[in-house]
Design a protein around this ligand. Structure first.
Ligand SMILES: Nc1ncnc2c1ncn2[C@@H]1O[C@H](COP(=O)(O)OP(=O)(O)OP(=O)(O)O)[C@@H](O)[C@H]1O
Ligand SMILES: [Mg+2]
Length: 150
């Protein structure tokens, strides 16, 4: 049974968002699917950068806004970073291999709403909210035992 709970974390500046991404990346051995929600420009890609850089050492992480998917090798696995903002219908997902990724890879999805019905229960969902110019909050929903590690 999935014992989900919610944790709220205050992010006072960009660096705090990157550190949260780094900390979330330590959970990949227990959870492989991370959804990042929040309005345009709130900091979703910044969070993903902290996550991916920590695991891969790659520093210039780009936004997958136009390709929809960017991948990074991680040992014998793959990190799949999606941005589904430009996806107009859930039919288009056949072009971007998302079901395969959800079953086999480490997956980070910005704008996951359009494929919500494909997502498994075992995932972590982070919703970023803008409070002030640099101040964000992160509402994180996922397995309680994992959230306790953050
Ligand atoms: N606390 C913060 N955390 C993250 N980004 C912040 C923060 N404060 C300010 N910013 C700025 O907000 C912008 C966030 O851009 P980013 O590309 O990460 O947003 P996004 O949510 O991925 O946008 P999109 O919806 O277009 O994908 C950056 O310019 C960043 O410097
Ligand atoms: Mg983005």
């Amino acid at each position: 049974m999935i014992n989900n709970s919610k944790k709220v974390i205050n992010l006072k500046n960009i660096q705090s968002t990157i550190i949260l991404g780094e900390n979330l990346s330590s959970l990949i051995y227990s959870c492989k699917i991370f959804c990042i929600k929040g309005k345009l420009g709130v900091g979703k890609t910044t969070l993903a950068k902290g996550f991916i850089s920590k695991l891969t050492g790659v520093q210039n992480i780009q936004s997958p806004t136009f390709p929809l998917l960017l991948t990074y090798d991680l040992k014998d696995n793959l990190i799949c970073h999606y941005d589904l903002y430009r996806l107009k219908s859930s039919h288009e997902i056949w072009n971007i291999n998302i079901e395969d990724a959800l079953n086999n890879n480490i997956v980070i999805i910005e704008w996951p709403e359009i494929i919500e019905n494909l997502l498994p229960k075992n995932k972590i969902t982070i919703t970023l909210n803008e409070v002030d110019s640099e101040y964000r909050t992160a509402d994180i929903i996922g397995n309680k035992n994992l959230l306790d590690l953050l």
